[in-house]
Ligand binder design. Structure first.
Ligand SMILES: N[C@H](CCC[C@H](N)C(=O)O)C(=O)O
Length: 286
């Protein structure tokens, strides 16, 4: 399946026990030459909490399990409905740190309540010690020492979590930004103990951006749902964007809405976008 070109292997862990699959086997399945090929693998399981219909586990192409996947969540609800695992709409789905709500829309898109962004560095996690920072409106920006970023609007990076960690920077031209050269250095920067997804944003107007993301554990993908959420939230906090925002990615467009912080409560991010099934099959894992 794919959500705006971010592609997934979606596996049914309800009717079969896949809990014994190793990190190496997930990585092998994700390999585009020797396996099936995917940016991430989405594992559907029975929920462990009473307020969820299913549990949703995510493995990056490098085999590592992660906390959240935006584009994958839209494919999740499509798969559940297509496979007849549930007719419920919306679905409540348990991910690492919370429950998210997924709704299949009449027009074929899927709307996801991605939960509230997390800004506390320790919860991202991010260690700002020894890193220069400055305040820009409601956003704290960090001068992450990763060498000069040519063509940068500025070298300052915002850090936040959508359940998974994101480092978001604004550039003048996203197509010429050093995503594949600099992205790997950001991904493994020691200030991010669990590594990080590196987002590059070009502001087109107050309701429209272009985005590229060098994803943790997968490299540059054609789209990143949580990256789109993080980019819009940071742009609104920097007073550069107004909700809703259309996010243009190489794989397609996503619509992101966020009402900010209301009465001291950080509001959830709402993401709307496509989800497509490409093919289905069976594979014997050795
Ligand atoms: N690479 C991400 C997981 C997948 C996120 C992305 N595919 C999305 O649509 O949100 C991470 O390690 O946090």
């Amino acid at each position: 399946m794919h959500g705006a070109g971010n592609d997934f292997i979606v596996v049914n862990g309800i009717d079969q026990d896949l809990s014994k699959i190793t990190q190496d086997q997930w990585r092998a399945l994700s390999n585009r030459q020797f396996g099936v090929g995917a940016d991430q693998i989405l594992l559907i399981e029975k929920p462990t909490r009473s307020d969820a219909d299913f549990r949703y586990r995510i493995f990056n192409a490098d085999g590592g399990e992660v906390e959240q996947c935006g584009n994958g969540s839209r494919c999740f609800v499509r798969y559940v409905h297509e496979q007849g695992l549930s007719k419920k709409n919306p679905l409540q789905v348990e991910v690492a740190h919370t429950v998210i709500s997924l709704r299949a829309l009449e027009n074929g898109d899927v709307e996801v309540n991605m939960g509230a962004p997390i800004f506390e560095p320790a919860l991202v996690p991010f260690n700002p010690e020894g890193i220069a920072s400055k305040q820009e409106f409601h956003e704290t920006l960090y001068a992450l020492p990763i060498g000069k970023n040519p063509g940068a609007h500025d070298d300052w990076i915002a850090v936040l979590s959508m359940g998974n960690p994101h480092a978001v920077q604004i550039v003048l031209d996203v197509d010429s930004a050093p995503v594949r050269i600099e992205g790997p250095s950001i991904e493994i920067h020691p200030a991010f103990p669990k590594r990080v997804n590196a987002g590059y944003v070009q502001i087109l107007n107050r309701h429209e951006i272009k985005l590229r993301v060098f994803e943790r554990g997968a490299g540059e993908t054609l789209a990143c749902g949580t990256g789109a959420c993080a980019a819009v939230v940071s742009g609104i906090r920097r007073a550069l964007l107004d909700s809703p925002v259309k996010v243009h990615t190489h794989g397609g467009d996503l619509q992101i809405s966020w009402r900010g912080i209301v009465d001291g409560i950080t509001q959830p991010v709402i993401m709307t976008g496509p989800a497509a099934t490409v093919f289905e099959g069976e594979i014997e894992l050795n």
